[in-house]
Structure formats: C-alpha cells, structure tokens
Design a protein around this ligand. Structure first.
Ligand code: FES
Length: 105
C-alpha cells in the first residue's frame, strides 16, 4: 500500500483536525482526544464543503454550508443514508504522518 507524507505530529499540538489536499482529494486527519490519529474524507458528500471548517462537537462534525452531520470516527452521515465519508489508512513514522489513498472498508 502506498503512503503519502502529509504532515507532522507537531502540527497537532494545538489542533484536533487538519485538512490536507492530496492529489486532488481533501482528507482530514483527526486527533481523537488522548487517542491515535485517523484519516477521513474531508469534503462533504452534499456539495464538497470542507468539513474541517464546520462545527465540531466531539467526533460529530456539522457541515458549514447546509448542516449535514457526520460521525468522524465511522464516516457515517447522520442525516442522510448511503453517503458516508471514506476512511483512509494512516501511519506515523519518526513524527511524520503518512496517509494511504486506498480507502479502508
Ligand atoms: S455542502 Fe455540506 S451540507 Fe451542503
């Protein structure tokens, strides 16, 4: 599986979510309090708004445009069926964050 370096662990000292543009895809890296990082699609399934600019309450994000909500841990859309966000594999090596563009099932 190919991984692309997107940032560093230090980027998360004062942030819990950052979006990265990787080969035309917006991917959010999320730090769950006290736990590992994970990567998830950052473009809203409605009209592609950047979900990292939305309201985040725990692991629930509300899209800044029309307020669709997603569970960032699972990618599930909470108010529309069959439009879940893709999750991506992530690894950390020597403080660098790498994301695979192959979605996790
Ligand atoms: S663009 Fe996200 S709800 Fe419309």
């Amino acid at each position: 599986m190919d991984y692309i370096k997107v940032g560093r662990l230090n980027d998360f000292e004062n942030k819990d979510i950052i979006s990265y543009s990787i080969m035309g895809r917006f991917i959010a890296v999320v730090r769950q309090k006290g736990e590992e990082l994970f990567a998830i699609e950052a473009g809203c399934k409605h009209q592609r708004a950047d979900l990292t600019k939305g309201k985040i309450d725990g692991l629930i994000v509300t899209c800044p445009r029309h307020h669709w909500q997603y569970d960032l841990a699972t990618g599930k859309c909470l108010n529309h069926e069959s439009v879940d966000l893709r999750r991506y594999d992530l690894k950390i090596e020597n403080g660098d964050i790498y994301v695979s563009l192959h979605p996790v099932d």
